[in-house]
Design a protein around this ligand. Structure first.
Ligand code: NAI
Ligand code: ISE
Length: 336
């Protein structure tokens, strides 16, 4: 059976996911698209999923009887509306990060999903599908380095576009660590602190860059992450776990070691799309398989909500310089 998918938002990642779901991944086809830029939606459909219907609105696409499941890849502020409409229509929905732009909006999604009585929502935290992170989790879960005590991480982008401003270092970038590190150590956060670094001359107007976020978990694990989105030299993701009996680190992606011109080393990737390309493939293949079986096996609406609460606390910690507590609603049984 083929899962018939409707995609809302045919921009950068929307196009990449359409290419995956229509041709690359078995058992799925993109049968409908929508974008506020309808010319773009039509051009993308013609190029990547010929014959797909181009709908006038996201709501119309969600209601279409031809659409079995929905993929939301529009801008963050529109996510809540489309995820809630999918839940109301009883359709499985994969929503790119963030689930919604505020914790309150994520909570409304959680409550709507529970009220509907069926697990339908998955959030696009693709790092949980990265082979390196999965190996690291296995080491931790097997007790290979004893209990984790501290994590030292970094999320470095070579540059960011002009529209990347304000607190996007947290809400758009660090949000990936917020989810994957919580999954890695299987623990929830209780507080956040942000320490500003000396500002890089490459940082655009209105952007603090770099800074350090320190999260503490319920179990007492301390996690520091450097966020540096104008580091110039590459897209560089680091994660080292210090355990009671040893350390374990996220493997570097495979690139060819070279010796040349009195230099020995390995090239770094410059583009985040390439660094996690395999994880997007696995993420969507597993989503299609689980959706066809009527299940959600990936990051849930609860994970999206938890990430949003944490992100809000980090933003407040950055503004105030204080250690900010992270408090959520009680985890509903629905997500246990
Ligand atoms: P983009 O700007 O390239 O594309 C977004 C598209 O959504 C645009 O074509 C825009 O016209 C459309 N759109 C916006 N509002 C809409 C609405 N109300 N109805 C229909 N279409 C609408 O942005 P990009 O980079 O593709 O990001 C999209 C989402 O994916 C964001 O939430 C972003 O955070 C997330 N993302 C996730 C990544 C990951 O690594 N998991 C990587 C990049 C983006
Ligand atoms: C972008 O939106 C992503 O999601 C990338 O994975 C991240 O590394 C980058 O910093 C974000 O801007």
């Amino acid at each position: 059976m083929t899962l018939k998918i409707g995609v809302i938002g045919t921009g950068a990642i929307g196009q990449e996911h359409i290419a995956r779901l229509h041709g690359k991944i078995a058992g799925s086809a993109v049968v409908a698209v929508n974008d506020i830029n309808s010319d773009n939606a039509r051009a993308v459909a013609d190029r990547l999923c010929p014959g797909a219907a181009v709908h006038a609105s996201g709501e119309e696409l969600i209601r279409s009887p031809d659409v079995d499941a929905v993929l939301v890849t529009s801008w963050g502020p529109s996510h809540e509306e489309f995820v809630l409409a999918s839940i109301a229509a009883g359709k499985p929905v994969f929503c790119e990060k963030p689930l919604a732009t505020t914790a309150q909006a994520c909570r409304r999604i959680v409550e709507a999903e529970i009220a509907g009585g069926r697990a339908l929502v998955q959030v696009g935290f693709m790092r949980r599908y990265d082979a390196g992170y999965r190996m690291l989790k296995q080491v931790v879960a097997s007790g290979g380095i004893g209990d984790p005590l501290m994590l030292h991480c970094a999320h470095r982008n070579p540059t960011v576009p002009a529209h990347y401003v304000g607190d996007m270092g947290i809400t758009d970038t660090f949000i990936h660590e917020i989810d994957v590190l919580r999954w890695l150590v299987d623990d929830d956060y209780v507080s956040a602190q942000v320490i500003q670094g000396r500002r890089s001359r490459h940082a655009g107007e209105g952007l603090d860059d770099p800074y350090l976020v320190v999260l503490k978990t319920r179990g007492g694990v301390v996690i520091d992450t450097e966020i540096f989105v104008n580091c110039q030299f590459g897209y560089d993701i680091q994660c080292q776990i210090v355990g009671e009996d040893g350390t374990a680190s996220l493997p570097e992606p495979a690139t060819v070691p070279m010796r040349k011109g009195a230099f020995a080393g390995q090239p770094l990737m410059m583009d985040w799309k390439l660094r996690f390309i395999d994880s997007y493939d696995v993420e969507l293949a597993e989503w299609v398989e689980a959706t066809a079986a009527g299940r959600v096996t990936g990051p849930t609406a609860w994970d999206g909500y938890f990430a949003a609460v944490t992100s809000d606390a980090c933003v407040e910690a950055k503004r105030t310089g204080q250690i900010v507590p992270i408090t959520t609603m009680d985890r509903p049984d629905f997500y246990r």
